[in-house]
Each structure stands twice: as C-alpha cells, then as structure tokens.
Write a protein that binds this ligand. Sequence first.
Ligand code: FES
Length: 108
Amino acid sequence: MSEFVTVARVGAIAEGQGGTFQVGERLVAVFNRGGEYFAIDDLCPHMGASLGAGYMDAEGVVTCPWHAWHFSVCDGTWCDNPRIKIDAFETRVVGDEIQVRTTPTKAE
Ligand code: FES
C-alpha cells in the first residue's frame, strides 16, 4: 500500500481542468471537477498521449487530446468499451495540499 503524495496546492488546478503529476514512478492525471479532485493514469492506452492534457466535460468524461478516446475521471472506465479500465487513484485534500495515492482503486 503506497502513501499519499502531495501533487499540487488547492487552486493550482482550475475547476474543469487537469494536470499531469509524477507520483512515485507513475504519471498521474489529476482533474478538478466541481472542486473535487479525481486522479487517473496519465498514459492513454491507445498510443500514450497524456490524458492530463485532455478535455474534461461536465459529466467527468476526459477526452484524450490525440484521438479522442473517452475515459471516466471517476473510475478510469474507457467509455467506448466499459469492460476496460485504466487505473484510477484515491485523492484527498489535506490543508491546502492535493494528495494522490497510486494504489489503484479499481477492483478486477
Ligand atoms: S493516444 Fe489517446 S486516443 Fe490515441
């Protein structure tokens, strides 16, 4: 079980936006959805684009910036084929720090 790691301060990720952060050996895409933070694997499984640079809609669906595959920011589900998921990670806010733990939350 990995520990929570601070990735940014509250306010560093604008509402509706995302960013890419190094957490241990992984790159994690963290999004601010209505003031709540969600984290998924940054690496698009199609051809490796950075999902942190993707667009998130009001439903929490992240569109890959390269070829528009869609992923749920909540649990990493690939919206075009929900049987497949990318890793999603636990987040929390402690004081003014956004923290991520890279133990995947998905259960398969
Ligand atoms: S690299 Fe993400 S859809 Fe192609």
